[in-house]
Design a protein around this ligand. Sequence first.
Ligand code: ZN
Ligand code: ZN
Length: 111
Amino acid sequence: MAIKFCRKCGCMMLPEKNQDKVVWICRKCGRKEKGDNTNVLITSKEKVHRVAIPVVDIEKEKDKLSMIDLECHKCKNVGVMWWLQQTRAGDEPATRFYKCIKCGFTWRESS
Ligand SMILES: [Zn+2]
Ligand SMILES: [Zn+2]
């Protein structure tokens, strides 16, 4: 498994499969980078799950959450926190949630 480090803050970036492309996302600052090494392409959902960012308890780990330049679905403010949360059985992939830092609106990834 390849490892990539964020050019901005030096933190470890984690790969995420987006359709047929891999996008690397910095855990700390949310910086995104296109995957350039197709040899390490994640080929199955299982693998994506294995390298996924650990599920966090948002109340306990608020300050560890990643920021991302995404538009709030409600107030259009750019800048939301995101995290993964297990919604049902533990063997199912976690769902990604977003929370606007301005108005607090929370929504889940629709995919
Ligand atoms: Zn970073
Ligand atoms: Zn908002």
